[in-house]
Design a protein around this ligand. Sequence first.
Ligand code: GDP
Ligand code: MG
Length: 166
Amino acid sequence: KSGFVSLIGRPNVGKSTLMNHLIGQKIAITSDKPQTTRNRIQTVYTDDRGQIVFLDTPGIHKSKNKLGDYMVNVAEHTLKEVDVILWLVEPTTYIGAGEQHIIEKLKQVKTPVILIINKIDTVEKNEILKFIDAYRKVLNFAEIIPVSALKDINTDEVLHVLFKYL
Ligand code: GDP
Ligand code: MG
């Protein structure tokens, strides 16, 4: 199996930390070099199940100028072309304007979206169900996976689920 996965989410939600833990298990290639103007290949993960190319997809936000518009168009185009979208969020039931904007974009694509609720080590277990319920209402996610990238809790499940959709 192989495929492309777009990793989206606000700065500081833990995208880099998650990547480090995923590839830490079995490292193949990591690259920060620009591959095309459209996508930045962040990481290529390989194991005996197959290969996953993770793409950094910046600019899923409201733009303020023409360059911003271009970046947003590029990012939105990427969302249509990948096999799976991974959306990382922090454990908060607050779904603000930034999240709403992403939700509207995600509604426009047929690509399966997996929601990763990261940093679950910072909240009580019973709180996690509230976050899942809050997010479940706003979009039809293929899967919702609570993890702690930092403490490496449930990160194996992310790979397991990704391979299911490739
Ligand atoms: P990015 O901007 O989305 O790439 O976020 P980073 O991976 O750089 O993480 C931002 C901050 O959140 C760093 O200080 C991380 O150590 C912290 N962080 C990431 N994942 C977790 C987590 O699961 N739990 C906790 N408590 N902190 C985390
Ligand atoms: Mg980062």
